[in-house]
Each structure stands twice: as C-alpha cells, then as structure tokens.
Design a protein around this ligand. Structure first.
Ligand code: BTN
Length: 244
C-alpha cells in the first residue's frame, strides 16, 4: 500500500479530516496525522486526550473491496501490538474491541469508522491514538490511574515517527487479511493477545444493562460471546467492565 501522509500541527480530529478527504475521493493509503487534536474522539462518544507532541494521533483510510469489516478494529489492534513489539520492544495486550493495554492500563485505543454502498464497504477509517511521551502529570486527574504512556513504562522518550511507519505497514498487512477473508488468522492472533481468556467470568455493560457471564471468545464477525445461565449471548456494542 502506498501511503500519502497529510500532517497537521493541530486539527479537531484526524478521523474527521480523513473522512472529509474520503468524501472528496481520497484513495486507500491516505493518512492524516496531527501533533495535537482539539476534539479528539474516542469510542462511545468519549473524547480522546490529545495534547501537543505527546501522543501519536493518526488515521488511515482503507477502501477494502470485501471482507468482514467488523474485524477491522481487531486487525488494527493486532497491527498496533506488532508495531509496539517491533519498534519499542514492548509486549501489550488487547482488550476487546479496541483497547491497547499494558499491565491493565490503557496505552492506546482505536476508533474504526466505516461506510457502505449497499452491501459493499465504501471506506474504513482506522484512527489510532497511542500515548507515547506523556508523563503521569500530563494526564488529567480522572485518567491518571487508568492511562499509561510508552515513556512512563520505559523511562525514556519514544519515537512516534518510527512507530508510525511500522503501524502503517502492519495495518496494511492485517487489513489485507480482513479483505481476503482470513478470519481464523485474525481471531487467533487477537485471542493470543487478549486480556481475557476463554472461561473468564466477565461483567459487560451493553445498552444500559449489566450482564455477567463466562467469556467464550469472539465469533467470526468479531462479536464478543458470553455464556449466561439461559444460553449464549453475542455483543457487538458493549464494554467489558472487568472480571466478576
Ligand atoms: C478509544 O479507545 O476510545 C479510541 C481512541 C481513538 C483515538 C484516535 S486519535 C486519532 C483518531 N482521531 C480521533 O479523533 N480519534 C482517533
């Protein structure tokens, strides 16, 4: 994949800029990177803390011709974990659907946004936020106990440029697997890195309700499967609150 990188000193949200470019016909491989975001977005309508020159804030446009698009966030998580392993020698875990986690703390997240033309995918925008050079005091009080950065873990500055190159290459490779329908490879690779293991007792919140059950892994669309007393439930839009 050929990457065309648009770099901004500041922008509201790289995902939003990427979408504007897509609506004007941007090709696969279009990348939007910002040194700071003034309205960085997380999943579930949350904001993403994006202070200047501390994190890597980047969005990649994909235009897959097919495949199960709901696996894209998982593929992106695997790609990010490989980039961190290759460039920073750091082993991270993935918390379904899109958290990059180190020792229980959040090192990064992925915001996947897509649109369809009929049944075919039109575009996918994968937005990555990685905490690279934050010090603990850089995080606002309410994030301090749950968030971590590469610098806090390793005690030295991380190189966002190096990480970016690897992140883009790994994401191109894993998203191509999604497009080719290589579901098993993706699900296996995610399971190897997952914070949760089959059989773990989990508490999930979904659409305002809390559900407890036994984690069964992910189905072939990437939905979380939970065994509950009355049978099995699948969740596409939920948050794992933690182990029961
Ligand atoms: C999450 O864990 O909630 C997902 C966070 C995703 C943040 C990134 S930063 C680059 C891109 N632009 C955004 O506005 N959000 C994503």
């Amino acid at each position: 994949m050929k990457f065309t990188i648009h770099r901004f000193s500041s922008c509201p949200s790289t995902n939003d800029v990427a979408r504007q470019l897509v609506l004007r016909g941007a090709a696969e491989g279009t990348v939007v990177r910002a040194d700071e975001q003034t309205a960085g977005r997380g999943t579930k309508n949350r904001s993403w803390f994006s202070p200047r020159s501390k994190g890597l804030y980047v969005s990649l446009v994909l235009r897959p011709s097919g495949g199960t698009i709901s696996l894209m966030p998982l593929a992106a998580g695997i790609a990010a974990s490989e980039a961190l392993r290759n460039e920073a020698r750091l082993e991270v875990r993935l918390r379904w659907p899109n958290d990059i986690v180190w020792q229980g703390k959040k090192l990064g997240g992925i915001l996947c946004e897509s649109a369809f033309l009929g049944n075919s995918p039109d575009y996918v925008i994968l937005g990555f936020g990685l905490n690279v050079n934050h010090l603990q005091e850089d995080f606002p009080e309410e994030l301090r106990s749950a968030a971590v950065s590469l610098r806090m873990i390793q005690g030295r500055e991380g190189d966002p440029d190096l990480l970016l190159r690897s992140l883009l290459n790994r994401t191109a490779s894993w998203s191509a697997r999604v497009a080719r329908g290589e579901k098993e490879t993706i699900l296996e690779s995610f399971a190897e890195r997952s914070v949760f293991r089959r059989g773990d007792p989990l508490r999930i919140s979904s659409k305002g309700a809390v559900v407890e059950g036994e984690y069964q892994g992910l189905d072939e669309t990437g939905a979380l499967v939970l065994k509950i007393p009355s049978g099995v439930r699948r969740f596409t839009d939920a948050e794992i609150e933690g182990l029961v």
